[in-house]
Ligand binder design. Structure first.
Ligand code: 5RP
Length: 262
């Protein structure tokens, strides 16, 4: 990557850069998926190379695993790690209670398994991800291929009795074919516009047999780090009930991770 970063990339970078400082020697770390998480992986790779940071990482997708290995991070499976000290991941939406919509990158299943097998989950995001009410971002639902149209019909029928504003659903596509997750499943995106009761919706969705998991992360995220294009990072800790601010200084942007192709 070279050239001037856009304000949104700067915001993602500073959130990721600040979160990287939470990783200490000997930790077992879950690495999220997406463009913000990719900044984190690059920052951590730099700390491994330049500062001798030693930790083991469990990636949440093949994409993240490839990048982590590329930058010199030791990658292990979740079963090898058994339990994680921290997971750091991006999000598509986050509300005031730190409830999330995730899965825009199609990795929600591994992301949820990894995050819930961690002592703490930290979300890194730019300010645009903060919302009063979840639902403007279509909610991804991971569905088993067997009987997927019947599962879609059941989901649509169930939505009629839910507190949501929209009910359109669409299979996520990859060109002319269905998008396939790392686990070989499909993603049904639910355009709900506004989710009145995320906890109820999440529970009801997961009771439908063909549904593997949904992108609502409730009571999972412990800390939110929101980055801004000017280098500010707002840190919210839901357990401590604290909000604080920090600042990340940009190094020469032209040379930021210039050794990596993005
Ligand atoms: C992937 C995710 C990502 O965390 C989410 O889509 C945010 O991505 P980005 O950091 O690129 O905005 O849930 O499944």
């Amino acid at each position: 990557m070279s050239g001037e970063l856009s304000p949104i990339d700067k915001a993602k970078y500073v959130a990721a850069r600040r979160a990287a400082d939470l990783v200490e020697d000997g930790m077992r770390v879950g690495l999220g998926t997406g463009s913000t998480a990719a900044w984190l992986v690059r920052c951590l790779g730099e700390m491994v190379r330049d500062d001798g940071l030693k930790f083991r990482a469990v990636p949440t997708s093949t994409r993240t695993a490839e990048l982590a290995r590329e930058v010199g991070i030791e990658v292990v499976t979740l079963d090898e790690a058994r339990w994680l000290d921290i997971t750091i991941d991006g999000a598509d939406e986050v509300d005031d209670d730190l409830a999330l919509i995730k899965g825009g990158g199609g990795a929600l299943l591994q992301e949820k398994i990894v995050a819930t097998a961690s002592d703490q989950m930290v979300v890194i995001a730019d300010a645009a991800k903060q919302v009063d009410t979840l639902g403007a971002f279509p909610l991804p639902v991971e569905v088993i291929p067997f009987g997927m149209q019947a599962t879609r019909a059941l989901i649509e029928e169930m939505l009629v009795s839910m507190d949501v504003m929209g009910r359109d659903t669409a299979w996520r596509m990859n060109g002319d074919t269905f998008f396939v997750t790392d686990e070989g499943n499909r993603i049904l995106d639910l355009d709900l516009k506004r989710i009145g009761n995320p906890r109820q919706l999440s529970m009801v969705l997961n009771q439908i047999p063909g549904v593997v998991e949904n992108g609502l992360f409730i009571d999972i995220c412990d800390q939110l780090l929101v980055g801004y294009g000017d280098g500010r990072v707002e840190l919210r800790d839901i357990n401590a009930g604290t909000v604080s601010e920090d600042r990340v200084t940009f190094v020469d942007e032209e040379n930021l991770f210039s050794d990596l192709n993005d």
